[in-house]
Design a protein around this ligand. Sequence first.
Ligand SMILES: [Zn+2]
Ligand SMILES: [Zn+2]
Ligand SMILES: [Zn+2]
Length: 433
Amino acid sequence: MNAEERKNLLYEVNLAGNCSNPIRIKGEMVNLTTGEVGLRSLHVTCKDRRAIICPSCSYLYKADAWILVSSGLVGGKGTPEEVQSHPRLFITLTAPSFGTVHTIKSRGECAGFTRSALQSGGGGFCVHGRPRICRSRHEEGSPELGRPLCRECFDYEGAVLWNAHASKLWNNTVQVIRRTLAETGGMRQSQLKLMAQLHYLKVAEMQRRGLIHLHAILRVDGPNEIEADPPAWLTTEVLASAVRHAARTAIAIGFDGQGRRWGDRLDIQDLGIDIQDTTKIPSYVAKYATKTTDGTKEMARKFHSRRQIQSLIDDPHARMLALTSWDLDHRPAFEPLRLRSHAHSFGFTGQLITKSRGYSTTFAALRGVRATYMSSRNIGDPIEGTFRYEGRGYDDPKASELAELLFSMQRDLRIEIAQARRAAPSNAPEASP
Ligand SMILES: [Zn+2]
Ligand SMILES: [Zn+2]
Ligand SMILES: [Zn+2]
């Protein structure tokens, strides 16, 4: 590659914002500076949230997710700062058990090794001749974690169908919380709306065992205007107790007529206590939001065939979950769940991040601000035209590698600058020229 070709490649990647897998669009374009008209191809960013697909777009998505969550907790980007004094909770809702899996408990031993399992005589073997308990202490990152003690005992259909109903279960949970708050205040829900509004942001995380886990921020504001306070009786404790009630009682009735509920593990954290939580929680959410189902490229996109699942996924537990989702799609009762299209997310059909309208700003608004900023930096001449989709990726496969390299260099540089700023004492005398 000669110097001119290298320069062009660099320019192309720079124009596409260091995106690894940009979208190619083509159309009749007018260069607004030169007046030149012509048919041109252009690369625009893929905007993929997953780091394994595009480090650069994922980095921006992560930053947007952070701002989105944070502004709902402390205000900013159009959300008033008064939200800081309103009841705010961070809750984690988990799926029930579909079979014992290897895990690390707080004291270090595996979950399979429980007192109740021993007391109930569960110490022996399952019908498939496998031990019912595990006495090992697993290391963090060990491949057995989240894998069933016996795959034949594990209820794969139950697990996939639970994932497929998780979004519905969440919606029902929010309804129960609203209803419970109204009952506590001794009023109807329509009356509660005139006094308070419940806002939320939730993010779905795939657990190692292949089941969805929901983290949500809940906030109660006054009526109409977000800055208004909710009524005095609607405290953080009242909200927490409504959440506990909803987690116990909410139910999602599936197309098969079966009810699905949350598991026993519920975590509720009051965000009004530790100020540090208001920076920690946005980081957690942003981290979950850029992952694929199991962190690999194989699980990042829809599968096209059963055979593709069999050949691409090495891990037997993940493969079984994806195959179960694929196969359940054949049953007429589950057709509306489109389980084939969601085999790569083990049946989970929902959006990764969802929020109520009033929680804070939107991804679209944040992207809009960035697009305006980018065009003000004016990389290349401004152009106008009508475009159509032409394909994916760069013409030269080296461009994708270059994009990742440039992105990682810029990121490292940003980190170095931030570290240097933190290390430098703020009252240091300015360097003499
Ligand atoms: Zn991209
Ligand atoms: Zn174990
Ligand atoms: Zn078994």
